[in-house]
Design a binder for this molecule. Structure first.
Ligand code: ADP
Length: 329
């Protein structure tokens, strides 16, 4: 059997571990792996051919010493044309021409949506692997890359807390997650931040200012608010202005962590998850599965329909929301 593999969408630390596992599991079972460069952009280009620039056979040594690196050795992309029927038809035609029997796309919810759409027009097997720092994919407790992104954000906030405390300031720290508050919430709990502002809950600047005043009376010298980026709520800079207008008692500063959160050395948790899911995706293909995503729920490796990633939004864990609130007293 010939298995194609690609990385798509926002890069996430641990993608390389997943890729390595796909290659080595398939080779261990006597199958071939074709690495497809530049995600769906590369896959849907006109007349894709088998060459080292775009689609070539990966052997066990070609994925040596990548488990410790962030990013992806296959390169990633965001691809407008793949969202169109014509783009996906070109991708399906390329897969047929390259003799690929099964495809493993590694990426976030957009990538998995794309995979579900491709499955409707291509007869080969597709098993997706969820890799995104947002952890917004249904069908797995954690996505590849989330653990590393939380660690990176927490390390940054530990540094900011020193300055916040020295100067008695309120820092608004913007993390990624336009549609999901997972990264903000986990980062806030781990960093000992006082508040997390997430896209799932409307921000109440007045309530934050009241909490700040109350905690100041109780002796707090500094304040950290973790804010999910952009979206309708406007991110850290916008919230900083709202807090000042609402009479915040601390001088405020806002910091956007931006792309710093994406890269870096993957944590052991992301390397292990990437390896498990990559291996599981290959085993699932060999068992005949298709149209599914490989995930891990309560420590068990599970498959869930790719179509679910289109239909459902992963809810925030309420217990963690409440835990953060209890810690801010
Ligand atoms: P991520 O996979 O990290 O969520 P994106 O949302 O940018 O990143 O999605 C990656 C790519 O997946 C897009 O650039 C596009 O090519 C493809 N994609 C996203 N959504 C769809 C969709 N609804 N239908 C088809 N392809 C899609």
């Amino acid at each position: 059997m010939r298995i194609g593999v690609l990385c798509s969408g926002g890069d996430a630390p641990g993608m390389n571990a997943c890729l390595r596992a796909v290659v080595r599991s398939a080779i261990s079972a006597g199958h071939d792996v074709i690495g497809l460069r530049h995600g769906y952009q590369g896959l849907s280009q006109e007349g894709l051919v088998n060459d080292s620039e775009s689609a070539w056979t990966l052997d066990a040594r070609s994925v040596a010493h990548i488990v410790q690196h962030g990013g992806t050795m296959l390169h990633s992309s965001r691809c407008q044309s793949f969202a169109s029927q014509a783009g996906r038809e070109r991708a399906a035609e390329n897969l047929r021409r390259l003799g690929i029997d099964a495809l493993i796309p590694i990426g976030g919810d957009g990538t998995l949506r794309g995979a579900a759409e491709l499955a409707a027009i291509w007869t080969g097997q597709i098993i997706g692997c969820p890799a995104t720092i947002d952890n917004d994919v249904i069908g797995t407790d954690f996505t590849i890359g989330f653990s590393t992104a939380v660690e990176t954000a927490v390390n940054c906030i530990d540094k900011l807390r020193d300055t916040a405390e020295s100067h008695q300031r309120l820092f608004l720290v913007e993390v990624m997650g336009r549609h999901s508050g997972y990264l903000a919430l986990y980062t806030a709990v781990a960093a000992g931040a006082e508040v997390a502002c997430v896209p799932e809950v409307p921000v109440d600047a007045k309530a934050i200012v009241e909490l700040v005043s109350e905690l100041k009376r109780r002796g707090k010298q500094s304040f950290i608010v973790v804010v999910s980026e952009g979206g309708e709520q406007g991110g850290a800079a916008a919230l900083s202005r709202q807090l000042e207008q609402a009479g915040c008692e601390f001088p405020t500063r806002s910091v956007a962590l931006g792309h710093i959160q994406r890269g870096g050395t993957p944590t052991p948790a992301d390397r292990i998850l990437g390896t498990q899911l990559g291996d599981f995706a290959v085993q699932s293909i060999l068992d005949g599965a298709t149209g599914m995503m490989a995930g891990q729920i309560d420590g068990e490796l599970v498959l869930s329909p790719l179509a679910r990633s289109i239909e459902e939004h992963k809810p925030l864990p309420n217990d963690l929301v409440e835990l953060l609130r209890r810690m801010s007293c």
